[in-house]
Design a protein around this ligand. Structure first.
Ligand SMILES: Cc1cc2nc3c(=O)[nH]c(=O)nc-3n(C[C@H](O)[C@H](O)[C@H](O)COP(=O)(O)OP(=O)(O)OC[C@H]3O[C@@H](n4cnc5c(N)ncnc54)[C@H](O)[C@@H]3O)c2cc1C
Length: 465
């Protein structure tokens, strides 16, 4: 058996994207994945004519790294995108769903903000933004409150942040968690100016596959198609059901001990796993300082409850709804979900004809003590509340997915700490690479970019060796 030059730990999209480029460059690579299937949190389950996504349901049409990978895998003809009918997003606001504004102008008339909050928002453009001189990163909450006022921050941004990070505004760093938004605000001297002018800059021509930037994309058989294509391309280089238990330095390379009792020697190792899993391997390899840095990163655990109805449940048009954190915006009763996606509205084939489906996202801490039946009943009760109807039928099918410590909380200073950590590691041990959502961002687009950047780094160092 050929010993791989590079071992990648973890076959999520980070690891697969990294392996794809290393293999295409003609270098030996092997990926170990402890679960039975690759893809990490990304995967699609087909049940009773419905498609349930285990993690992301959609990718932004503006995701350059995702589209480039799709193109490199010859998957562009399989892409599907949402139309105008899915563009409506709802906000749970004081006891009912209210359509969120879809344009900056809409923000100035939205009923979810008071007159003074709208005025505050409108005048942001007049107040130039200067980032703190000492480079100290504000929380996303502090940054937005200074820019657009407390009410818009808590009601609108608070809901989005819960939807993306399952976190509170105060837990995230403005620059670390939203680097593009921060950069645009710094470059253009304001948030609104950054949003409006920054958007034009990306340039359609830089994107390899043409889909509307504002649409959401997927594949007819779900995001699993991307994972399947990567898996096919990599073939036997990916070994599933085999976890990496330990990595140990061995001469100039690494001895990698796996859960099937064997070990593999490699020139270099890429840890393409979540920070808690990387921490364990680093600790065992006596990289205590690095392990401590990763232990300090907080994470959210998320539970997704998919409900599917063969008939009898018509969903509102649009993508789904979010629930804001602030009591005054929520009203006296609110869904317990962070948000719900109306999955059958997004693409054809997500539900059989006449059927409907939705996915509700919960902080696992909120539903930990519940049985699966109770979780289904909770999601049903949330739906009753959100749709303002008492006759939500029993679901025909369901799927419950729990992910532990899955979304890193990119707190103030996180980006600089990671730059320092990876820089120091490069000096100390150039044959060990850290990759994953805590390094380059949590979105699918970001982890693909991180995986591919890591591959370039691996190949560069290989050439130098
Ligand atoms: C519910 C949910 C919804 C999301 N929605 C969106 C969305 O709408 N849009 C978007 O852009 N992003 C979304 N994301 C974020 C995005 O999907 C993830 O950040 C990204 O897919 C993570 O990829 P990854 O490869 O870094 O990590 P993972 O997918 O976690 O993969 C890491 C892999 O490493 C394996 N592993 C761990 N330890 C070991 C070991 N010792 N040996 C071998 N294997 C190991 C794990 O089993 C896992 O398969 C969502 C995430 C979740 C959880």
């Amino acid at each position: 058996m050929v010993q791989p030059r590079t071992v990648i730990v973890g076959a999520g999209l980070t690891g697969l994207a990294c392996a794809f480029d290393i293999a295409r460059a003609g270098s030996d690579v092997r990926v170990f994945e402890r679960r039975q299937q690759p893809g990490g949190v990304v995967g699609t389950i087909a049940r009773d004519g419905f498609l349930f996504e285990t993690g992301p349901n959609t990718i932004q049409g503006s995701s350059a790294a995702f589209l480039r990978l799709v193109s490199d895998l010859d998957l562009a003809s399989r892409l599907i995108h949402t139309g105008a009918e899915s563009a409506t997003r709802w906000l749970w606001f004081q006891g009912r769903l209210v359509a969120l504004p879809r344009s900056p102008l809409g923000l100035l008339t939205t009923p979810v903000l008071s007159r003074s909050a709208r005025l505050r928002l409108a005048t942001e453009v007049l107040r130039g933004f200067v980032p703190p001189e000492d480079e100290r990163e504000p929380t996303f909450e502090a940054f937005l409150t200074e820019r657009i006022g407390r009410e818009a921050t808590q009601t609108l941004a608070g809901a989005f942040v819960r939807g993306i990070y399952a976190a509170d505004l105060s837990e995230l760093g403005a620059r670390s968690a939203f680097p593009r938004l921060w950069d645009a605000a710094v470059r253009r001297g304001g948030l609104v100016r950054g949003l409006l002018l920054g958007r034009k800059k990306g340039g359609e021509e830089s994107r390899s596959v043409r889909v509307p930037r504002t649409s959401l994309v997927s594949f007819p058989d779900g995001l699993q198609e991307l994972v399947g294509a990567l898996r096919r391309d990599l073939g036997s280089r990916v070994r599933t059901g085999v976890g990496v238990e330990r990595i140990e330095r061995f001469g100039s390379g690494w001895n990698v001990a796996t859960s099937d009792g064997s070990s593999v020697f490699a020139d270099r190792v890429v840890l393409a796993v979540q920070a808690p899993a990387a921490r364990v391997l680093l600790e065992r390899a006596n990289f205590e300082e690095e392990a401590r840095a990763l232990a300090a990163i907080g994470h959210a655990s998320v539970t997704v409850v998919h409900l599917a109805f063969a008939s009898g449940l018509e969903l509102p048009r649009g993508f789904g709804y979010l629930v804001p954190p602030a009591a005054e915006a929520r009203g006296s009763m609110a869904p317990r979900a962070l948000g719900t996606i109306f999955t059958s509205n997004l693409f054809p084939g997500r539900a059989p004809s006449g059927g409907s489906s939705c996915a509700s996202f919960y902080r696992t801490t909120d539903v930990n003590s519940l049985s699966d039946n109770e979780r289904i009943e909770l999601a049903r009760a949330d739906l009753r509340l959100a749709l303002a109807r008492t006759d939500v039928p029993h679901p025909t099918a369901h799927h419950i997915q729990c992910w532990d410590d899955v979304i890193p909380r990119l707190a103030p200073g996180h980006d600089r700490r990671m730059t320092e950590l990876t820089g120091a590691l490069r000096e100390r041990c150039p044959s060990l690479h850290l990759a994953g959502s805590y390094i380059g961002g949590v979105s699918v687009d970001s982890v693909i970019a991180t995986g591919r950047a890591t591959a370039r780094d691996v190949l560069r160092r290989e050439r130098r060796a």
